[in-house]
Design a protein around this ligand. Structure first.
Ligand code: 5IU
Length: 261
């Protein structure tokens, strides 16, 4: 079942978060709605794959706290690759504290090198807005938007409907700083907000550790997400380059099918 959406260019006009405008534009220009999650421990290996993946992805997602020798020299190399290939740097830190602590954590751990970070809605609107609004408005910081975690992909997770709805309300009321959601399905009709979804693989359904994977088609056509986040299904293959093309093509085809020609 294909439901027609607005084009990425039309949605770019509706977006107010600075990173969303840039993202809609680069997705359209590069013809990609694939975010690559690179969860290697070796910093050099991440940079190598990010350089290969650059032309195929709209964003590269990392976890700073799982990388060996994570330091300023490494982040500056990643920033150089992001500039070279025009992709977003996504630090999946899943911030969740009260406002003042949040602000300190973000400034120290992400604001200078990441374009976008994940944040739980759990602490509420005031904590989130007071921490992120001044950082995003500061022209000297790279961070230009946040993704609110609305739903998790893992089995037995505790994100219930009440939490998801509360998170949606925070996003809709703070679109100047919120790019969109990490979610399993479309949860908001606000077309400037972007739905990013993890838990995608074309070959496997689970990792035996709680992760649940479904197909690109299900994630985009049925569950109406915009961007697929794919990790091990690409990174742990012997030929990541051919998998990058495969996932980029599948995701772009599914999204294009739902957009005006
Ligand atoms: N991730 C999830 N599920 C979630 C959230 C984040 O998988 O609900 I929030 C992260 C974890 C990993 C990536 O970095 O997305 C998915 O990687 P795999 O495709 O290897 O499962």
């Amino acid at each position: 079942k294909i439901r027609v959406r607005l084009s990425l260019q039309q949605r770019e006009k509706l977006a107010t978060c600075p990173v969303s405008k840039r993202l809609f534009s680069l997705m359209h220009t590069k013809a990609t709605n694939l975010c690559l999650a690179i969860d290697y421990e070796e910093g050099e290996r991440i940079l190598e794959l990010a350089d290969k993946a650059g032309p195929f992805v709209c964003a590269v997602k990392v976890h700073a706290d799982t990388i060996d020798e994570f330091n300023e020299s490494w982040t500056s190399k990643l920033v150089a690759l992001a500039n070279k290939h025009d992709f977003l740097i996504f630090e999946d830190r899943k911030f969740a504290d009260t406002g003042n602590t949040l602000s300190m954590q973000v400034k120290r751990n992400a604001a200078s090198w990441a374009d976008i970070v994940t944040v739980y809605g759990i602490a509420g609107e005031k904590s989130i807005r007071s921490a992120f609004q001044p950082i995003i408005a500061d022209p000297s910081t790279r961070l230009k938007g946040i993704l609110l975690i609305a739903q998790l992909s893992c089995e037995g997770n505790l994100c219930d409907t009440e939490y998801t709805n509360g998170t949606r309300r925070i996003a809709e009321a703070n679109q100047d700083i919120v790019c969109g959601f990490i979610t399993q399905e479309k949860i908001s009709d606000k077309l400037g907000l972007i739905h990013w979804t993890p838990g995608v693989s074309l070959d496997e359904t689970t990792d035996g550790k709680g992760q649940q994977w479904r197909s690109v088609e299900k994630a985009i056509m049925e569950q109406q997400n915009d961007i697929v986040i794919v990790g091990r299904a690409i990174c742990n293959k012997t030929t990541p380059a051919s998998e990058l093309r495969r996932y980029r093509d599948a995701a772009w085809e599914a999204l294009s099918a739902a957009m005006p020609k």
